[in-house]
Design a protein around this ligand. Structure first.
Ligand code: NZQ
Ligand code: ZN
Length: 387
């Protein structure tokens, strides 16, 4: 097993009726920026619950954080925080609002042009240099409620870039599974596939001796396969909703990544498809992931075979099981309502592979994956295979 440090200071508050705990979770006397998205919180009663819980606090609202949050929008919130002397941010939303708030938190005291945070991938390690924030999660998917990473889009250049660092963990996150009742089916499907792919990014590498990490990863996959197809039909079923929400958090709160190799190239390529064509994040992963496993088959086949045996009970030779495991993954994505070809989701995509390869070359991303062997040629093949 590789050496590791496990640091996760987020106080995760999970369960029904927990939003009312905001009154004690937000530091007393704080002036709060209440950040939210396009307005779903007004239709499903979450806004009222939050406002009631925070009745004694001074609150400034900032709405309109879009899916795949824009740098340009977030900078408006940074200006509000500076003008109004706000000292705590509450993100109420899905991954986009939470990620947006991580960027805002980092940008307020950033000494320089905040666009550098994205372009230079600045790491934030000093908590005294960021604005503290908490979250009320409304969409299980990204794990952003319990990790310190974020993804932000620069609309002007159509670039989707990451930021993060140990100072950017939420102080607390309230995860009430009943909030998923109002989610559109498409977003529920996205949540299952995003979390499933997060596990695969950290699991489908090469065989290693992190036995416990493998077993935890496999149990998250099995739980998502068990509850995923049902929760999209019955989001008010609490047993389904709670297992779905907890699986999504566990898939990307750092735990299963400790002491083992990880890949993340499916995400890096997928981000480009969202930036170029506006395809939902999870749907880009369903398009790219299986083709990445095909192109990187020699590197990944040992782990693909373990996955095939343990998750799908497949039998046969190692190669046969590994190949069949990719087919089973695509089948699961189809059950979850995904389309797995770029041509299903975008028009005029013929130059996509060359475009992405050029961008990666400019950024110096020429060797990705757990063995640094996803070269630009491999990226080109993966994207072309996804047409
Ligand atoms: O904006 P509102 O009106 O709230 O509507 C949202 C949005 O339209 C809606 N929604 C959220 N909760 C709802 C609801 N509608 C009804 N009822 C509710 N309870 O859902 C839509 C999508 O929301 P969004 O936050 O964009 O979805 P998601 O949570 O999937 O987040 C996606 C973003 O997270 C990034 C992605 O790249 C993308 O930008 N990711 C962040 C990661 C991280 N921080 O660790 C990792 C992921 O891999 C991912 O890259
Ligand atoms: Zn993801």
């Amino acid at each position: 097993m590789l050496n590791f440090e496990l640091y996760n200071p987020t106080n995760l508050v999970f369960g029904k009726g927990q939003i009312e705990k905001l009154s004690v979770l937000v530091p007393s006397g704080s002036k709060i920026l209440l950040a939210y998205g396009g307005g779903s919180i007004f239709k499903n009663g979450i806004y009222e619950q939050v406002k009631t819980a925070l009745s004694g606090f001074e609150i400034v609202e900032f709405g309109g954080i879009e899916p795949n949050p824009h740098f340009e929008t977030l900078m408006k919130a940074v200006a509000v925080i500076k003008e109004q002397k706000i000292d705590f941010i509450l993100a109420v939303g899905g991954g986009s609002v939470i990620d947006g708030v991580k960027f805002i938190s980092a940008a307020v005291h950033y000494d320089g042009n905040p666009i550098e945070i994205l372009q230079k991938r600045i790491l934030f390690k000093d908590v005294s240099k960021v604005v503290p924030f908490g979250t009320v999660l409304t969409l299980p998917a990204t794990g952003s409620e319990m990790n310190s990473g974020a993804v932000v889009t620069i609309a002007a250049t159509q670039e989707k870039l990451t930021l993060g660092g140990s100072a950017l963990f939420p102080k607390f996150s309230i995860c009430d599974p009943s909030v998923i009742a109002s989610l559109p089916k498409r977003q529920l499907q996205n949540g299952v596939v995003d979390a499933y792919t997060h596990v695969l990014e950290q699991y489908l590498t090469y065989p290693h001796d992190g036995y416990l990490q493998d077993r935890i990863a496999e149990s998250i996959l099995q739980t998502l396969i068990q509850v995923g197809p049902n929760v999209v039909e019955n989001p008010t079923d609490y047993a389904l909703a709670s297992n779905f929400m907890w699986s999504c958090t566990m898939a990307l709160n750092g735990l299963i990544q400790k002491g083992v190799p990880s890949d993340w190239a499916t995400h890096m390529i997928g981000h480009e498809l969202t930036a170029l064509y506006g395809i939902d994040h999870a749907r880009t992963l369903a398009i790219i992931g299986p083709n990445l496993y095909r192109v990187m088959f020699e590197t990944k086949k040992g782990k693909l075979a373990q996955y095939g045996k343990r998750i799908f009970n497949l039998t046969g030779s190692e190669d046969e099981i590994a190949q069949e495991a990719i087919i089973k993954t695509v089948e699961f994505f189809h059950v979850m309502g995904m389309q797995t070809k770029l041509s299903d989701c975008a028009k005029d995509y013929a130059k996509t592979a060359d475009f992405i390869v050029n961008r990666f070359e400019e950024r110096g991303w020429t060797a990705m994956g757990e063995k640094q062997n996803i070269t630009l040629e491999k990226v080109k093949s993966i994207v072309e295979m996804s047409y």
